[in-house]
Structure formats: C-alpha cells, structure tokens
Write a protein that binds this ligand. Structure first.
Ligand SMILES: NC(=O)c1ccc[n+]([C@@H]2O[C@H](COP(=O)([O-])OP(=O)(O)OC[C@H]3O[C@@H](n4cnc5c(N)ncnc54)[C@H](O)[C@@H]3O)[C@@H](O)[C@H]2O)c1
Length: 311
C-alpha cells in the first residue's frame, strides 16, 4: 500500500505517518512546513518513508501507483489561520482540488481532514454530522471554517460526479505531543503558561466548553474511517465536555503550578460550546476514545518538558 499524507510534518500528520508505517504502508509525506516542523518526522528512519517539501496549492504528479491520500495540510490553529488567511483559503480550495485530481488520476481513495469548525458557533449541542452549522462567512475565523466547508463540498462533488472514493473526517479539538508550544491553541497555551509560572489567560469568563481528544485516539479513528466504506462525514473527537475554566484548573493541578488565572476578552465568533456526537463513529467504525484526559495531559506535559529548551 502506498499512501500520501499532506501536512505530514504537522502535529496530526506526523502521528499518522508513524501509524501508517507501523501498518506496513509506504508513506509519502508532503509538507511545505508553513506551520509544521521537520523535527516532527526526524525520528523516522525507514526506506518506506519519503518526505517532499512542496506546497500542495501547486499541482504535483507521481509516476507510481498511489492507494490512499490523507489530506491534512492546512494551518489549523486560530493564531496560524488568522496570520495566514489567504494560504488557509488556498489550501482548503486549491490544495483539496489538486489532491482530488490526483486521486482521480490514480483511482486512489482520498480522506480529507475537516473540522468541528464547520459547525461554527453551534446552536445545537452536542453536534451531530447532520447539523449544518452556524458560521459567519465574513468574520476573521471564516477563512478557516469556509475553507473546510468548501473542501467538504468539492470532495462530495468529485465523489458524486467522478465516482471518487472519498472520506470526510470532522476532527474536534485534539491535543498531544508535537503540538507547537506557541500555536495558540488552549492546551499548549495553558501548559506552557503553567510550566513557566505565568498567568493562565482564559478568554471571556471561561464558561465556554470544549472537549479534548488525545492524538492516538484521533489517529486511530482516522485510520478506521479511511479503511471503512462510509463516504459521509464522520465526527471524531472526545465527547467529554468541560468548561475552559475547569480545564485551566486541571492544568494547574497536573503541573503543580502556582500560576493564577486571568481573564481576557473573548475572540470574535468564539464558539460557546463544542462537543461531538460520536454515535456514528461508534456504530460505523466501532470507535470511541480510550485515553482519559489526565493520562493524555501527562504525556503532553512530558513532551513539553522534554522540549523546553527548543520550544
Ligand atoms: N489538531 C486539531 O485539533 C484539529 C482539529 C480540527 C481539524 N484539524 C485539521 O487537521 C489537519 C492537521 O492539523 P494539525 O493540528 O496537525 O495542524 P499543523 O499546523 O500542525 O499541521 C498542518 C500541516 O500542514 C502543512 N501545510 C499547510 N499548508 C500547506 C500547503 N499549502 N502545502 C503543504 N503543506 C501545508 C503545515 O506545514 C503543517 O505541517 C488540518 O487540516 C486541520 O485543519 C485539526
């Protein structure tokens, strides 16, 4: 089996490369390192692994057969996509278009990494796949949400019109080793602030909810979905919902930090609730998360501590 992973030098992509190699795939990792880091794949020492530095908004051709394309490339944290709005829209649109073209030529199966952000600031909680969302298309976050909504739409169009074998995973907040310390997402933010003894910045009053999935659970879900025969979107995430304030307190407890909580203004269009309905993943993939928050946070903390000099 030969698989492509776009965004393979990023947080999730690098863990997916590891899993695919373990499963015996030949893996081609394509990444332009705009938000990823070669350090995430530096440990891979295998003849079955190739890294190509390439921006997938430009076409790419391969002579050999390709069986699976896992399309994960995209800035993913709010800090990144607010800094890179055009690149985010381009990779969701042109990048997905190029990967669909490649899938069509190779008769390969393609999975796209979509997101819970397609539900925007949801008016339904938990969010099932049938919910169409509440997205502000012209707000600052719209660049990411709409890029992913477009990516889903063009993927379904290729599936229906060209008969391409496609999968769509809607990923909910995921955390773990190899997240960038400064990527602005709540888990690395809080852990780093706690480790440095700095104030922990909670946006708003902290009553907004999130649910956090550990990376190994998420990657297992992505792999199962790719190997299934299910072509509609599937939520993968951890349904254990907590407020951001509760989460900040768990971080202080686990790190034993003396950090204090401080409140800052809520970002524009920040979702008030976020929790996946994973009935479909359970039923179709036999998947549900296994790693409890405390265990996942300890692993993540260990990673951040080991990388402290570099981060
Ligand atoms: N981590 C999460 O909680 C989460 C949640 C929902 C969706 N997702 C989706 O999962 C995917 C991976 O996210 P992540 O958290 O690993 O982010 P990440 O930023 O660590 O990884 C994304 C990778 O894509 C690469 N990339 C971006 N644009 C590219 C381009 N034009 N050409 C080639 N490579 C490009 C980056 O360099 C980076 O290595 C993204 O599509 C993201 O939208 C992630």
């Amino acid at each position: 089996m030969r698989s492509i992973v776009t965004g393979g030098a990023g947080f999730l992509g690098s863990h997916l490369c590891d899993l695919l190699l373990e499963k015996g795939h030949d893996v081609i990792c394509i990444d332009n390192l705009v938000t990823g880091n070669a350090r995430n794949i530096a440990h891979i020492n295998s003849d079955s692994f190739t890294y190509l530095k390439h921006d997938i908004t430009r076409p790419i051709y391969f002579g050999d057969k390709i069986d699976y394309i896992f399309h994960l490339a995209s800035p993913a944290s709010p800090v990144d996509y607010l800094e890179l709005p055009i690149q985010t829209l381009k990779v969701g649109a042109l990048g997905t278009y190029n990967m669909l073209g490649l899938a069509k030529e190779k008769r390969a199966r393609l999975l796209i990494a979509s997101t819970s952000e397609v539900y925007g600031d949801p008016q339904v909680n938990p969010q099932p796949e049938t919910y169409w969302g509440n997205v502000n298309p012209i707000g600052p976050r719209g660049v990411y949400d709409e890029a992913k909504r477009y990516a889903e739409a063009i993927t379904m169009a290729y599936h229906r019109y060209h008969g391409i074998d496609t999968r769509i995973v809607r990923i909910f907040n995921t955390y773990g080793p190899r997240m960038r310390a400064n990527d602005g997402r709540v888990v690395p933010n809080f852990i780093n602030q706690a480790l440095k003894g700095e104030d922990i910045t909670v946006y708003g009053d902290g009553s907004q909810t999130r649910s956090f999935c550990y990376v190994s659970d998420l990657i297992d879900g992505i792999y199962r979905l790719m190997m299934s025969d299910f072509t509609d979107p599937v939520n993968i995430g951890n349904p254990a919902e907590m407020t951001v304030l509760e989460f900040a307190r768990s971080i202080i407890e686990i790190t034993g930090s003396k950090s204090k909580l401080v409140h800052r203004d809520l970002p524009v269009d920040d979702p008030k609730v976020r929790r996946p309905d994973i009935s479909k993943a359970k039923e179709i993939l036999g998947w549900e998360p296994k790693i409890a928050l405390e265990e996942g946070l300890r692993n993540t903390l260990e990673y951040f501590m080991s990388m402290r000099s570099e981060l």
